[in-house]
Design a protein around this ligand. Structure first.
Ligand SMILES: [Zn+2]
Length: 78
């Protein structure tokens, strides 16, 4: 898992106190990633999840029905 740094403002934060991980809709490649993790027992940061600070988590949550690519485009992150 990546360290908790907001992917909008790039500020590090403590997820026990604010913000958190937002999970987006899975793309085909994300389903394949899940399968690979399950089969290999490997760990890693899910490609369809990212950290958001308290200031940005609501905005990210409102886009979590989209894939992470589509959400990033809406957030102007691409
Ligand atoms: Zn932020």
């Amino acid at each position: 898992m990546k360290p908790p740094i907001c992917c909008i403002c790039h500020r590090g934060f403590d997820p026990d106190k604010e913000g958190g991980l937002v999970w987006f809709a899975k793309r085909t490649s994300d389903i394949e990633w899940d399968r690979w993790i399950e089969e290999t027992g490997d760990t890693g940061h899910p490609p369809y999840a990212d950290w958001y600070c308290a200031a940005h988590i609501e905005q990210a949550h409102s886009l979590s029905h989209l894939t992470i690519d589509a959400a990033f485009a809406r957030l102007g992150l691409t």
